[in-house]
Write a new protein. Structure first.
Length: 134
């Protein structure tokens, strides 16, 4: 018996799945790098351009902001009790982080954290908008 090749539609479906995984990884990279850069710009706006800064906390908080936007935009996921509990825990974490950052006034770390958080949320909102538009 000769072996049959899968129909072209199956191959296209498989290629689309792999393209989607790559695209989500690319979005992750753009959010992480973009939030890191914008967090640095926020920190430099407070500290001044002659200040040397090292760290990735702004970029990490950018991923948290992006995750929050992605989860809030997923109606199906918000419907489960587990997801609502996870969103509440994420909200509590963000509230504690922002409260801690702002307790002593707007410092360099606070500017980096908040800048990264806002940048990550904005970049993910833009990515979700572009994805829905296509």
């Amino acid at each position: 018996h000769p072996q049959h090749a899968p129909p072209p539609s199956a191959a296209l479906h498989e290629a689309a799945k792999h393209a989607w995984v790559f695209a989500r990884g690319l979005i992750f990279a753009v959010v992480f790098l973009g939030a890191g850069v914008l967090a640095g710009v926020s920190a430099w706006s407070v500290a001044g351009p002659d200040t040397l800064m090292v760290g990735a906390s702004g970029a990490v908080l950018g991923l948290v902001g992006a995750t929050l936007v992605a989860l809030l935009g997923t109606e199906r996921l918000r419907a489960t009790p587990e997801m609502r509990a996870g969103l509440a825990a994420l909200g509590a974490l963000l509230a504690a982080q922002c409260g801690s950052d702002l307790a002593g006034g707007l410092r360099v770390s606070a500017a980096a954290h908040l800048g990264g958080l806002v940048a990550g949320a904005a970049l993910m909102a833009w990515a979700e908008y572009e994805s829905a538009r296509r």
